[in-house]
Design a protein around this ligand. Structure first.
Ligand SMILES: [Ca+2]
Length: 203
């Protein structure tokens, strides 16, 4: 008779290690879900950055354009104050009063290119703004030429001067500029210029 085998620590079957693949690491599904979530979040961040850049660029465009409008309006006041032009000469082409002397041609009507230089007359917005003094650096010599490289690209400007009464003019400056995506926009500035002989109203 065979004696019954009594289990001891030595003859117990060796326990097989548990399959740990389901307990540790990530399943493919978990990884895909995580990637989808991460991608969605990153797309949101990228979209926000893109919007912020667009708003920033748009703001810079408006600021630059506003400066170009204000510069012309302030120039008119300076021309009157320093006597470079008389009140009657600050006018659009065809409406200039040169009775006080001079041959000023006026500010051209319609939208014009902007120049980075004022040209021989030293006044921005007139017909000679694109004249380049040439290699000798002197205006009025034989080597003067029209230099299209002086054009401030992306802008055009209209100056409209209206006489409201003999002592008051309305000056409207409109700037067309390229906004985001090449969209053309307009910025309008208006100021009023008196002939300055009535600056002291207290009598
Ligand atoms: Ca000029």
């Amino acid at each position: 008779m065979t004696p019954a085998l009594t289990p001891t620590l030595n003859n117990l079957p060796t326990p097989r290690p548990k399959d740990s693949s389901s307990a540790a690491g990530f399943t493919l599904l978990e990884t895909v879900v995580a990637m989808v979530l991460l991608t969605t979040a990153l797309l949101g961040v990228a979209s926000t950055i893109g919007y912020a850049l667009m708003v920033s660029n748009s703001g810079r465009g408006v600021t630059n354009t506003k400066l170009l409008v204000v510069t012309v309006l302030e120039q008119m006041e300076t021309l009157r104050n320093n006597g470079q032009l008389t009140f009657g000469q600050i006018a659009n082409t065809g409406q200039v009063n040169n009775a006080g002397g001079g041959t000023f041609g006026g500010f051209p009507t319609g939208f014009q290119d902007l120049s980075v230089n004022p040209g021989p007359d030293g006044i921005f917005g007139t017909g000679d703004d694109l004249i380049d003094p040439g290699t000798d650096g002197n205006y009025g010599t034989a080597d003067d030429y029209t230099n299209v490289n002086l054009i401030r690209t992306g802008f055009s400007r209209e100056i409209v001067i209206t006489t409201l009464n003999p002592q008051l003019k309305r000056i409207q400056v409109t700037l067309r500029y390229s906004a985001n995506g090449g969209v053309r926009k307009e910025l309008v500035g208006v100021s009023y210029l008196n002939d300055n002989s009535h600056s002291n109203y207290i009598r």
